[in-house]
Design a protein around this ligand. Structure first.
Ligand SMILES: NC(=O)c1ccc[n+]([C@@H]2O[C@H](COP(=O)([O-])OP(=O)(O)OC[C@H]3O[C@@H](n4cnc5c(N)ncnc54)[C@H](O)[C@@H]3O)[C@@H](O)[C@H]2O)c1
Length: 384
């Protein structure tokens, strides 16, 4: 295989992040294969100008053309959840490898179908849980797996954004169930649930409550991802603004606490994880993404306390490929790390991680929690 040719669907927030990844990948990593930005697709005319400026060979307004294009090896879905299943299934049936942004699908039934069809087609799949590619979180996993933190008592995940506090912010697609499937629960919660699975293990049961603080918002006259302009007409918010749940993990006594909100006033994008174990503790905060706070009970008594590990040396995951030690990386660079893992898996004909099955397992947790918010009872997460 000399080249992997990508068809990218979506040209805004994630479209830009993924374009950055494919463009910068060969600057930092050598995947042993050329990555060609074959075609950029969106259902908005601005895609042509974006394709030219970002170095895509072609552009189209019709995702079906991307899926049918014999020049495309990998279909990358960076569009809202509403079209994930339809595009991913069509792409897999056409024999294309598929990357899909999170959450995997609008609902559990669609997520199951995506896993089934990709398996039948034998293509490589990956889901966009890019926080696994933050070097500090990859280091956290290493430490846990090496037993440095011991038996884990508590997993705490708190993902806060504050962009909905303004009641004048329009009813953009993220606030519409038909487009997004869930509110903060699926958007931010998907990342936290995936990190719980990545760092600790599978979840067994959940007990959730949710709130929608503002029910009526102006319909958008214009929207561009997280930026939108209010029109005059009002519409109904039919998803959660905030969601919180308790969880038990499968086969272990770890207690899990999950909180996500778009009303975390003052926080722009705080994804914070705390883990307490029998031998030590870990704290990660996306607002300081190049650091991992590590407490080890084995430290001498007069030096006990959290140390701030600056994750920017060649010994840290992914960092040997980046700039000289201490020259930190940013949010967009996690997508370069992710693209390297994806392209390597395709080149080597191996399964990628996290794949659609990981996306489905995450979705099972989200759905169980959503059910619990309505039943007001603990709900079980399926074991398979
Ligand atoms: N991994 C992360 O950290 C992260 C961050 C933000 C968003 N996301 C996920 O990425 C996906 C996209 O989110 P976004 O923030 O980029 O949204 P966005 O609104 O910024 O962009 C959506 C893009 O999809 C295109 N699109 C919509 N419907 C289409 C259709 N029928 N055919 C072709 N193109 C279509 C739009 O034209 C636009 O280019 C979502 O699943 C979201 O949850 C992931």
């Amino acid at each position: 295989m000399k080249a992997i040719r990508v068809g990218l669907i979506g040209h805004k927030f994630m479209g830009r992040a993924h374009t950055h990844a494919y463009t910068d990948l060969p600057l930092f990593f050598d995947p042993g294969v050329e990555v060609v930005k074959q075609v950029l697709c969106s259902n908005e005319p601005g895609v042509e100008a974006a394709a030219r400026r970002w170095g895509w060979e072609n552009w189209t307004l019709d995702w079906k053309k991307v899926v049918a294009d014999p020049e495309v090896d990998l279909v990358d879905i960076a569009a809202p959840s509403a079209i994930h299943a339809e595009v991913a299934i069509a792409a897999a049936r056409a024999g294309k490898h598929v990357f899909c942004e999170k959450p995997l699908a609008l609902n559990l039934a669609d997520a199951e179908k995506m896993v089934e069809e990709a398996k039948k087609a034998g293509v490589v799949t990956m889901i966009g849980f890019n926080y696994r590619r933050v070097p500090a979180l990859a280091l956290a996993r290493q430490l846990i797996q090496e037993g440095e933190i011991g038996d884990i008592f508590h997993f705490r995940g708190c993902y806060q954004q504050g962009w909905l506090v303004d009641p004048g912010f329009p009813l953009a697609w993220r606030l519409r169930k038909a487009a997004a499937g869930y509110g903060s629960h699926g958007d931010l919660g998907a990342h936290v649930v995936d990190l719980a699975r990545f760092l600790v293990g599978e979840l067994q049961e959940v007990c959730c409550f949710q709130e929608t603080f503002i029910r009526q918002r102006p319909k958008p006259e214009f929207e561009d991802g997280l930026v939108a302009k209010a029109g005059k007409e009002m519409g109904e918010v039919d998803v959660d603004d905030a969601s919180a749940f308790l969880a038990r993990f499968r086969g272990r006594k770890t207690m899990g606490y999950f909180e996500v909100t778009r009303y975390g006033n003052g926080h722009r994008n705080q994804n914070r994880i705390e883990i307490n174990g029998s031998k030590g503790s870990l704290i990660f905060d996306m607002e300081k993404m190049n650091e991992l706070e590590v407490y080890l009970g084995s430290d001498p008594a007069n030096l006990q306390g959290f140390r701030r590990v600056q994750v920017g040396e060649g010994v840290h995951p992914y960092m040997a490929n980046w700039f000289p030690a201490g020259h930190i990386i940013g949010y967009g660079d996690t997508f370069v790390n992710q693209a390297f893992d994806l392209i390597t898996a395709i080149k080597e004909g191996k399964a990628a991680s996290p794949d659609f099955l990981d996306g489905l397992k995450c979705q099972q947790v989200l759905e169980a929690a959503d059910r619990s918010a309505h039943s007001r009872q603990w709900e079980t997460v399926p074991a398979k």
